[in-house]
Write a protein of this length. Structure first.
Length: 323
């Protein structure tokens, strides 16, 4: 068993970003392995993709744990709900791939080594990252403390499992149970897909959950109020608050080929972008463009018909009423 394995789940329209994320993880962690699970693709399409990215293992439908159950969830979950649930199934599938298995969202970028050491397997079961570590100022125009209540204090973009810990499977099975039935995004029910349940883990498993508080990990639009980006320096490193090396940036809401950080950031706030942040966005945009060129010719997954979507809405409403 290797030391660390990075994995993600994606549809073909997010494939370029997923390849950028996994390749950046492999570059910064040379000893690591990586895999991507693509939902609803044929064996021919999987084989074609595998030839294009031989350094990343491409998993097909048959490889995933409980595929028929996963397929049934597609009938009542929206896209964000479905892929939030799928990441938990994918983690379960990969739990024996390495001593440490790390899910990363498709819109992340690694710039430096994430983990200097792998911690103490006897104490840490799962590592999670918070959205932010300080309250939003009253002057904040696009994020409020109330948003943390709605979306969860924990962000689902990085989930690290220490697979040799005896509690890991128990906690993962608890997440899997809720992933099957309760990963809806519903303000009325107080649910936001995976993040509502991930935010409960530190309370339910306090002795084995570690909250990673390094400001250089998981910088994103939702924590710009507490993190200022500078650089790159002569070693091409970026820094957060001048003190912490930027290790991972989360480009949530980025839409290629835009030069804007996120669709979730109002235009007025974009005037406050630093030249360092603009440089990082341009670098990410270039990486996505290069990945798209390598993947050109692969079909976009558009198999879901309008009738299927109407059926999904009916099943979704029925399950929501049962909550």
């Amino acid at each position: 068993m290797g030391s660390i394995h990075f994995t993600t789940a994606a549809s073909l329209n997010y494939l370029a970003a997923a390849v950028v994320a996994l390749e950046s993880a492999l570059i910064t962690h040379p000893e690591a392995s990586a895999s991507i699970y693509l939902y609803s693709q044929t064996e021919i399409e999987i084989a074609d993709l595998q030839r294009r990215i031989p350094h990343i293992r491409v998993d097909s439908n048959e490889a995933i744990i409980d595929y028929q159950l996963v397929r049934s969830m597609r009938n009542y979950y929206s896209d964000i709900e479905f892929f939030s649930a799928l990441k938990i199934f994918n983690l379960k599938h990969n739990r024996l791939s390495a001593a440490q298995v790390v899910h990363i969202d498709t819109d992340t970028l690694f710039l430096e080594r994430l983990f200097d050491n792998f911690g103490d397997f006897t104490e840490v079961c799962i590592q999670l990252v918070p959205h932010c570590q300080s309250p939003y100022p009253r002057s904040q125009i696009y994020m409020r403390d109330l948003d943390l209540i709605r979306s969860g204090t924990i962000n689902g973009g990085l989930i690290s499992l220490f697979t040799e810990h005896s509690v890991t499977d128990f906690a993962l099975d608890w997440l899997l149970d809720h992933a099957q039935h309760h990963f809806f995004v519903s303000q009325r029910h107080g649910l936001y897909a995976d993040q509502s349940w991930l935010s409960l883990l530190p309370t339910l498993f306090p002795d084995v959950i570690q909250i990673v508080r390094d400001p250089g990990i998981n910088m994103a639009y939702w924590n710009l109020h507490e993190r200022t980006l500078t650089g790159p320096d002569e070693n091409m490193r970026f820094y957060v608050n001048t003190e912490y090396v930027l290790k991972m940036f989360h480009f949530s809401g980025y839409h290629y080929p835009s030069r804007e950080l996120s669709v979730h950031v109002p235009k007025l706030w974009k005037l406050r972008y630093s030249t360092s942040l603009e440089s990082l966005i341009d670098d990410y945009r270039t990486k996505i463009a290069e990945a798209k060129m390598r993947l050109a010719g692969l079909p976009i997954d558009s198999r879901r018909s309008l009738a299927t979507r109407f059926g999904q809405i009916h099943q979704r409403n029925r399950r929501m009423r049962a909550l």
